[in-house]
Design a binder for this molecule. Structure first.
Ligand code: ZN
Length: 160
């Protein structure tokens, strides 16, 4: 059963940046399960995995436009410390869900300077060329409920 739209695909992956430095890996941890063809993963990786089968190893280099997009400096904003009044500690690297012009986004604190907090709404991997090394572990049909929710249930997915 090759990878195709609406299949639940389970993969182990190692992700390195353009310099070969490790960014993420699932090896030694739980594999990742996603629904193919609905944008659960970045477009470049979805395209590279299409048609592959269990046991295949896929190595692919993905440009920012097929990954997490180019960096957009307008997504870097200075917000007053008072907006984080429920936070006793505010440190660089903390991530929040924030209401923005583009809807709810995850922003990362990149600088705290007195009453000014600089947050970055770019994905942490925006602008990066990504090198994936993927092993296809399992493929099955998504259930109607999973397709309705837009995510995988069970191992590697959502529990609810
Ligand atoms: Zn669900």
């Amino acid at each position: 059963m090759p990878i195709n739209d609406n299949k639940v695909v389970t993969i182990h992956y190692t992700l390195k940046d353009e310099h070969g430095d490790l960014l993420e890996t699932s090896e030694g941890d739980e594999p990742l399960a996603y629904i193919h063809g609905i944008g659960n993963i970045i477009p470049g990786l979805e395209l590279a995995l299409s048609g592959h089968d269990v046991g295949d190893r896929v190595e692919v280099t993905i440009n920012p436009e097929d990954g997490y997009g180019e960096r957009d400096d307008e997504r870097v904003q200075v917000v007053p410390r008072a907006q984080f009044e429920n936070m006793d500690e505010l440190d660089v690297g903390m991530q929040f869900h924030a209401e923005t012009d583009r809807g709810v986004e995850i922003v990362t604190v990149v600088k705290v300077d007195g009453d000014d907090v600089v947050v970055d709404g770019n994905h942490p991997m925006a602008g990066q060329t990504l090198n994936f090394d993927v092993r296809v572990v399992a493929i099955r049909d998504a259930t109607p409920e999973e397709l309705d929710h837009g995510h995988v249930h069970g191992p590697g997915g959502h529990v609810h």
